[in-house]
Ligand binder design. Structure first.
Ligand SMILES: Nc1ncnc2c1ncn2[C@@H]1O[C@H](COP(=O)(O)OP(=O)(O)OP(=O)(O)O)[C@@H](O)[C@H]1O
Ligand code: SF4
Length: 303
């Protein structure tokens, strides 16, 4: 295994190597532990597939938590596709450095955000980085950003299970009150990858706080009729208390993990995230609030 085998001896990347553990202690870990000791709950937002609405859910969850009076940070570790600055409506802001580290961008008194998106010369610039550089930046985000005292740090990860995920799990596992939320859509093609994400969390030792099913049906704003745009998977179907459970709820039950709720496809949610605003007066709002309430309860149970 890289970082451990005899061929790794002398490699300058051993400390950052995501494929294995270096025998040398990583000096960044103590600094990360110190910084993260001020953060009560760390919530890693994951998805198996791209485009299922993970960043939308992460940013709306962060806004809902902060709107409820909790001091909340959103950390965007999707280095190659950062969207947090836009989704929180602070795209034009800059990150400043002070004696105590990088200052996150404060959206309001209860919500702050950090993303590589703030450091790119233009929004069209691409970040083309190899794993080692991404790993270095993620560690810097954890140790060098002046997060201060937070009730929640919501971490928006890229889709899949790669270097970024291994790094963040390894770093956060050195701290306490860490959990993951997995975002998916209802159909089998998305759930297939969620099962891999569940396995990743179990191997990495990250507790799963729950699954959110996004884009779960479309309620027509004209007539109020509900239509299923993505047919929910039947693979893990199981009889629930009043009806047959399908899609992500059935899968969560089968794997013994909490189901936080489903959020419908809602044009107002798409518009809110494009404009960088919190969702208001919308069909999806109640669903989002209920999922956030379940998440809060599960975070408390994880302390
Ligand atoms: N429930 C919803 N209703 C309407 N639009 C939604 C909903 N969820 C997400 N969207 C829209 O779908 C698009 C993709 O969402 P988002 O960028 O959050 O996905 P992602 O899973 O983070 O993607 P990536 O793979 O790039 O990380 C966005 O335009 C977003 O506004
Ligand atoms: S559900 Fe279909 S038919 Fe009914 S208002 Fe919406 S778009 Fe029209």
């Amino acid at each position: 295994m890289a970082g451990k085998s005899s061929t790794c001896v002398g490699c300058p990347n051993q400390a950052a190597c995501a494929s294995g553990q270096s025998s040398a202690p990583d000096p960044a870990i103590e600094e990360i532990k110190a910084r993260m000791s001020l953060v009560k709950h760390k919530i890693l937002v994951l998805s198996g597939k791209g485009g299922v609405g993970k960043s939308t859910v992460a940013s709306q969850v962060a806004m809902a938590l902060s709107g409820g009076g909790n001091v909340t940070g959103l950390l965007d570790i999707d280095v190659c596709g950062p969207s947090a600055p836009r989704m929180l409506g602070v795209e034009d802001m800059d990150v400043h450095q002070s004696g105590s580290g990088w200052q996150p961008v404060w959206v309001d008194e209860n919500l702050c955000v950090m993303s590589i998106g703030f450091m790119l010369p233009s929004r069209d610039d691409a970040v083309v980085w190899r794993g080692v550089r991404k790993i270095g930046l993620i560690k810097q985000f954890l140790k060098d950003v002046n997060w201060e005292k937070l009730d929640y740090l919501v971490i928006d990860a890229p889709p899949g299970t790669s270097d970024e995920h291994i790094t963040i799990a390894q770093c956060l596992n050195q701290t306490s009150n860490v959990g993951a939320v997995i975002v998916t859509t209802p159909q089998e093609v998305a759930l297939l990858d969620v099962r891999k994400e569940i396995n990743f969390c179990r191997k990495a030792g990250v507790k799963i706080l729950g699954v959110i099913e996004n884009m779960a049906g479309f309620v027509c704003p004209h007539c109020g009729n509900s239509s299923e745009i993505f047919v929910p998977s039947e693979a893990d179907s199981v009889q629930g208390p009043s009806a047959v459970l399908r899609g992500a709820e059935a899968m969560a039950k089968k794997h013994g993990i909490p189901f936080l709720g489903r959020i419908p496809l809602d044009p107002k949610l798409g518009i809110a995230s494009e404009r960088g605003e919190a969702l208001k007066n919308s069909l999806a709002l109640q669903s989002l609030q209920s999922a956030v309430q379940n998440l809060r309860i599960n975070c408390k149970g994880n302390t």
